[in-house]
Design a protein around this ligand. Sequence first.
Ligand code: KG4
Ligand code: ZN
Length: 335
Amino acid sequence: MPVTILGIESSCDETSAAIIQDNKVLSNIIANQTVHQNYGGVVPELASRAHQKNIIPVVKQAIDNANIAKKDIDAIAYTKGPGLLGSLLVGGSFAKSLSIGLNIPLIEVHHMQAHILSHFIYDENKKKSGFPFLGVNISGGHTQILSCNDYFDMEIIGETLDDSIGEAFDKCGKILGLDYPAGPAIDKLSKKGIKNRFSFTIPKVDKLNFSFSGLKTNFKRFVISEYEKDPSFISNEINNLCASLQSTITEILYQKVEKAIQKTKLCDVVYGGGVSANSMIRDVFRSKMENVNHYFPKLEYTTDNAAMIAIVGYLKYKNKKFGRLDSSSDAKYKL
Ligand code: KG4
Ligand code: ZN
């Protein structure tokens, strides 16, 4: 009998529910929250309220689209953390209540582990990496390089000391007047720009760690000083600004991933997180790094989604790694 898992994700500003049968996705519903667009970032209070509104219809739609009944679900996997506490509590409380109602087990999932393990979602067109591999998690909340020895044996070997890579996109995008999240718009505008039109700071950071706050300050100072000389600077140069910024971010990431490959001798690299959707990162990494297998997720599994929570649920279910009704959501949940 196949194992059917309901996955629930509510760590930030996407309310998502998915049904997976073994490793195959039957449905993956994502309700994006548009309320944050004008604020340049996620407003935690508004995010929790939107999750409250969305959670029941999103779960219902996931079950309906999968063409299953509630009684067919074997377990419920939910994001325990890390993330915004108010948001996590909505998904966690809902998952617990439904697990009591249906009398089925609960499974706790680490959000960042799920980004990497989304790699194991069935896809007939994609080759899978074996273990060990290098994990590169690049999202709005995290920037980390991991040594992955097994599904649940991952060690962080490098991470950001300040802003995440996604924040570099979003905060610089805000300076240019782009809506949150700015990553997708920067990616799109960059295609029409010249990537070495402007040059920005590449920080010198020890080991495999990252820093993006200096780049943001450098970018902001430059844009403001040019804007003061010519108020049409941003609108005239938006494509070139985006391409140059994106190229700098790509280079910062490239240097560290290349160093991690040299250090660990791991030639299989699995990417996860919203920024792994970026087209320049994908193109540059694939074309410049020879003898390395780059595994980028399908676009629908890059940004936050419940299919990645459900695949971890399936892997944990097989290993009988069940959660407890009295455990709490954890905003700083450690790997
Ligand atoms: O993984 P995710 O959905 O949420 C977190 O766990 O943080 O990542 C969201 C981040 C945002 O910063 C967004 O701007 C960025 O992913 N993003 C992109 C692209 N698509 C999403 N950044 C660059 N290029 C993209 N195409
Ligand atoms: Zn995420």
